[in-house]
Design a protein around this ligand. Structure first.
Ligand SMILES: Cc1cc2nc3c(=O)[nH]c(=O)nc-3n(C[C@H](O)[C@H](O)[C@H](O)COP(=O)(O)O)c2cc1C
Length: 357
């Protein structure tokens, strides 16, 4: 019997299988207003129709300056939550759990869309802004020099995440994921290489993890108790002297105590000098280490593309779920194909029954 197609439960939320759509920026708010539109509905909706157990939005900014590009989704007002409602409703109507990734891009904010050059600062005349970060250290040459947040501004970030979580629930999302990976704001606070603060949000491990823990507690308090809160971590940043696996395990223990239900285990993205070798399932050992050593449910992500590979990851107990990105962009119906390969009985969308494999 396939474990991949066995339902998984976090708090009161049951998901029909263990294939989750990994958050993926679409850079598709053409008006630079952060409001979801038809693209987001069709993109997210297709993957629910395709059979995933959970469909997560892209990194959705909790403040305007927390967007990676001017074209990212946002949830900093009630109008933003209203615009996301149709996507959440459609995903749920088609059997998947609607989830939202809440994010702040930190010093990697205000960059152009990848197809417009990426990797540099957007000029203010084209909608760019000065990013905020733990310390005034640009990510790489060409990126904007960030403003080092004051202590009061850091506290305002906590409030922005909390307000976004409350709006997410009102919009119909059944799970929220706090984005603390890939070198965005929360990850920048975690790493001693990007956090040089001298206030209570910097310094030793307790100081550097304070913001993430406060954000998670505030999000947990603002989101319905019966629904799960997830956190995405870069379990290693692949740089000597930087954030690593032991740090992530210790943080995962604290996040579990703060009410987090699952750690989504990614890696890298904080420093351009990282030495990363990507191969099929390259981040699975991180999911396994956090699961075993912190005793918390984990998600594995990264170059998971084959049904047997995904099945082996959850069946062996390396992770509780798999998150898939690019393979699900190539083929939104991947879960339906995988079910056939793994001989699992799944419900097809009734509109598509005549095509059932
Ligand atoms: C187009 C694209 C956009 C992405 N945007 C996000 C994002 O918004 N938040 C995030 O945590 N990861 C993002 N990622 C990373 C993916 O969620 C995933 O972790 C990564 O692609 C590795 O998984 P894969 O090999 O299955 O694609 C993005 C990846 C791609 C390809």
């Amino acid at each position: 019997m396939s474990v991949l197609f066995t339902p998984v439960r976090l708090r009161d939320l049951e998901m029909r299988n263990r294939i989750w759509v990994s958050p993926m920026c679409e850079y598709s708010c053409e008006q630079q207003d952060g409001l979801a539109n038809e693209w987001h509905l069709v993109h997210l909706g297709s993957r629910a129709v395709g059979g995933a157990g959970l469909v997560m939005t892209e990194a959705t900014a909790v403040t305007p300056e927390g967007r990676i590009s001017p074209h990212d989704l946002g949830i900093w007002s009630d109008a933003h939550a209203d615009a996301l409602c149709p996507s959440a409703r459609f995903i749920e109507a088609h059997g998947a759990a609607p989830a939202i990734q809440l994010a702040h891009a930190g010093r990697k904010a205000s960059t152009p869309r990848p197809w417009e050059g990426g990797g540099k600062a957007v000029d203010p005349s084209e909608g760019g802004w000065t990013p905020g970060a733990p310390s005034a250290l640009p990510y790489a040459p060409g990126y904007a020099e960030p403003h080092a947040y004051t202590t009061a501004e850091v506290r305002a970030v906590v409030d922005a995440f909390a307000a976004a979580a409350a709006r997410s629930a009102r919009a119909g999302f059944r799970a929220v994921e706090v984005h603390a990976a890939h070198g965005y704001l929360l990850h920048e606070f975690l790493s001693p290489l990007t956090n040089q603060r001298t206030d209570e949000y910097g310094g030793d491990f307790d100081g550097r993890t304070r913001l993430v823990v406060e954000v998670v507690r505030a999000v947990r308090d603002s989101f319905p108790r019966e629904l799960p809160v997830l956190v995405r971590l870069s379990v290693s940043e692949y740089v000597e002297g930087g954030w690593g696996v032991d740090d992530s395990v210790e943080l995962a223990c604290r996040l579990k105590a703060a009410g987090v239900d699952l750690v989504d285990c990614s890696s890298g993205g904080n420093l351009p000098q990282q030495r990363l070798q990507a191969y099929p399932g390259y981040q699975v050992p991180f999911a396994r280490a956090v699961r075993e050593r912190a005793g918390i449910a984990t998600g594995a992500v990264g170059l998971i593309t084959a049904p047997e590979q995904a099945e082996a990851i959850v069946a062996s107990g390396e992770a509780d779920v798999v998150l898939m990105g690019r393979e699900l962009l190539r083929n939104p119906y991947w879960p339906l194909h995988a079910a056939r390969v793994l001989r699992a009985e799944v419900e097809w969308p009734k509109q598509y029954l005549r095509a059932k494999l």
